[in-house]
Ligand binder design. Structure first.
Ligand code: BYC
Length: 322
């Protein structure tokens, strides 16, 4: 009896095509080229992008609320004009990002429903209250500063529409950060009461700003996959460190104290060491138990419901004219 080699498993034509498409996709990512909407992409890549882009879009839209609360109480016409422009920019960022998600097959109304029903997230940072006008300055300086650190690398994200949206977003975020710093500088040159307001706002926003970068790398389920796909270019901890290194000298120049007794320059690396972050607080806020989560979502729900007639009218008009 002669032994025969086992037959190689047959590869169906559909599997062969899928394998070829996967190889093309892998080669595009490896060459640091862009994936465009018309290109084949693995389902996990598409889902991950929709998850992150939707989270980002929701953050921009919900992020209009804490600062928007001060539009009617801005201390001067100039400050009001600046704040109005900034809040409108955030709306624009949300729109670019929802459009980018649409290129992946997501439906904008469905994404909004998922946000309101708590099935998609938005940045933890927007669940804290803005108690004084100094908070507007600190949001510009710290929150937009953190956003820039996080988002500049996203301009090189592997998905074309997301990367291109980020270029414009980052230019506008840069203006937002400067207006915040300029506002704080003005207040720091003002009265003792104004300086105390700035310090109080810094004390409240510092740690939540560090949490914006997400959980530590050891506890970030999505990072490794997203980095392999070139969606994220740096890990959460790398970007958080970059933000701290950039911000500490700015705080010194401003004349405020960052609320961290462990903050110190490591002479060996030239980087700042900082104290432990309260990850339980981040988990609480992400899971809906931050100080303003219920209020933020209630307001978003009311905006969707109260303005539904506008969408209906615009849709009817578009259908009539198509
Ligand atoms: N808050 O595996 P991880 C702005 C979630 S708006 C809430 O590390 P990933 C501005 C995360 O989504 C700036 N959730 O995830 C607007 C994931 O949950 P799911 C907003 C957070 O995606 C107005 C889970 O925790 N920026 O600048 O690899 C006025 C595990 O995390 C947070 C962006 O959205 C958080 N802080 O990394 C002023 C930037 N952190 O989705 C300013 C784009 C983590 O699995 N997004 N989670 O259910 C990103 O870069 C990444 O999505 C993150 C998280 C770094 C945030």
């Amino acid at each position: 009896m002669t032994a025969t080699a086992p037959a190689a498993p047959a590869v169906s034509p559909a599997d062969a095509v899928e394998r070829q498409l996967q190889e093309q996709f892998d080669a595009t990512i490896a060459a640091q080229h862009r994936i465009e909407p018309r290109d084949w992409m693995p389902e996990g890549y598409r889902r991950t992008l929709i998850r992150q882009i939707a989270q980002h879009a929701h953050s921009e839209i919900i992020g209009m609320q804490p600062e928007g609360d001060w539009l009617l109480a801005a201390p001067s016409l100039r400050r009001k004009a600046i704040l109005l422009a900034k809040v409108q920019d955030e709306a624009g960022h949300g729109m670019y990002l929802y459009s980018a998600a649409e290129t992946l097959g997501a439906d904008r109304a469905d994404l909004t429903d998922k946000l309101i029903e708590g099935r998609q997230k938005y940045s933890s940072i927007f669940n804290y209250p803005t108690l004084t006008y100094a908070d507007v300055g600190v949001i510009g300086w710290l929150v937009d500063g953190a956003a820039i650190c996080n988002q500049v690398p996203l301009c090189r994200s592997s998905y074309g529409p997301y990367a291109r949206a980020m270029i414009r977003v980052c230019k506008e975020e840069s203006f937002h950060q400067r207006q915040g710093y300029e506002l704080l500088m003005t207040m720091m040159h003002g009265t003792g009461e104004q300086r105390a307001m700035v310090q109080d706002a810094v004390d409240r926003w510092w740690w939540p700003s560090l949490m914006m970068f997400g959980p530590p790398d050891t506890d970030s389920p999505n990072s490794a996959r997203s980095m392999a796909w070139g969606i994220k270019r740096h890990s959460n901890d790398e970007l958080r460190q970059r933000f701290v290194d950039m911000t500490v000298p700015q705080a010194e120049f401003l004349g405020v104290t960052l609320p961290d007794p462990d903050l110190s320059l490591d002479p060996a690396t030239g980087r700042y060491r900082f104290g432990p972050i309260d990850w339980e607080e981040l988990k609480r806020v992400i899971s809906g138990q931050g100080p303003c989560n219920a209020e933020r979502i209630a307001r978003r729900r009311a905006a969707r419901d109260d303005n539904a007639w506008v969408t209906e009218a615009a849709t009817a008009y578009a259908e009539k004219n198509s």
